[in-house]
Design a protein around this ligand. Structure first.
Ligand SMILES: C[S@@+](CC[C@H](N)C(=O)[O-])C[C@H]1O[C@@H](n2cnc3c(N)ncnc32)[C@H](O)[C@@H]1O
Length: 282
């Protein structure tokens, strides 16, 4: 990516030549954040002059993006579901496909039911807080092995107004968890260890390895978590997990081996089985 933003140029001149979609969106977001202006300002006054400080700020952002740092890390925030989450290099930037897990969770929880929700590997808090936003009577527990991730999750819970309903704790998956939950959710790390270095740099170089590495076949966290579901699921309890491409059948088999019932995996927008869900056998 060339340094295409110069002092004296207008926003319109900067934006016009970019024709491919993702770089255009990235450029617009970096321009808005670096120059401290909103989208409406750019549309309504595209020829406004930019100061040297604004140019310097945008160029610093562009240099970071050139190093393939994800846009969410540069901006320090990522939109997910209906909320805006603070993110940094300590947490996975929540992915659009993970919204399917939230959708399944919300469908599972009847309105007005004071459900107890558990999110294993809570990261930024994206899944748990989005579910709590849709179900105001529910409370949740979010677990993560990373203290740094929990700092972000707690800041998000506080800023978005969920501190009183979300308990965020450090832990190794289900170790030491007591009581039972009406809904257990997880988007655990599911990339096979040896595949990680071959991923695009935005992921391999910048996302926390702890958020990616699912062990030799990518399935270790599912084995570990699902083995404990019979203990942690309430009598009418349900579970839902995000899975990687090609992992749905194996994850269903782990659940069925524990005596749980699974439903047909839900497909993401690319047609990939992305969410494995189920419940206790009644
Ligand atoms: C793929 S990220 C998901 C983050 C977030 N839930 C989301 O969907 O955006 C997996 C998360 O699991 C956490 N994790 C990894 N190993 C763990 C363990 N042994 N116990 C608890 N959390 C763990 C990571 O720190 C990371 O935040």
């Amino acid at each position: 990516m060339k340094h295409w933003f110069r002092s004296g140029q207008t926003h319109a001149a900067v934006l016009k030549p970019r024709v491919w979609i993702s770089p255009v969106i990235d450029a617009r977001l970096l321009l808005e954040a670096g120059a401290g202006v909103g989208r409406v300002d750019i549309v309504t006054d595209p020829r406004r002059p930019v100061s040297a400080e604004q140019v310097a700020a945008v160029e610093a952002f562009v240099r970071r993006r050139e190093a393939r740092e994800p846009i969410g890390h540069i901006l320090g925030r990522k939109g997910f579901w209906t909320l805006d989450f603070a993110v940094n290099a300590d947490v996975l930037s929540p992915r659009p496909e993970t919204e399917l897990l939230v959708e399944v969770a919300v469908e599972t929880l009847p309105k007005g039911w004071p459900a107890r929700v558990l999110d294993l590997g809570v990261g930024s808090g994206a899944i748990l807080l989005s579910v709590l936003s849709e179900r105001p009577e529910s409370t949740g527990v979010g677990i993560d092995a990373s203290q740094a991730a929990l700092t972000i999750a707690r800041a998000n819970a506080e800023r978005l107004g969920f501190s009183d309903r979300a308990t965020l704790r450090q832990g190794n998956w289900t170790d030491g968890l007591e009581g039972q939950f009406d809904l257990i959710l997880s988007n655990p790390p599911y990339i096979p260890s040896t595949d990680i270095d071959g991923l695009e740099p935005e992921v391999a170089k910048w996302e926390p390895r702890l958020a990616l590495d699912g062990g030799p076949d990518g399935l270790d966290p599912y084995r570990r978590i699902i083995a404990d579901l019979p203990r942690l699921l309430a009598p009418a309890g349900a579970f839902a997990f995000e899975v990687g491409k090609g992992q749905a059948e194996a994850v269903q088999a782990f659940a069925e081996a524990q005596g749980l019932i699974t439903s047909t995996p839900r497909l993401d927008l690319a047609g990939i089985p992305r969410v494995v869900a189920g419940k206790r056998a009644s």
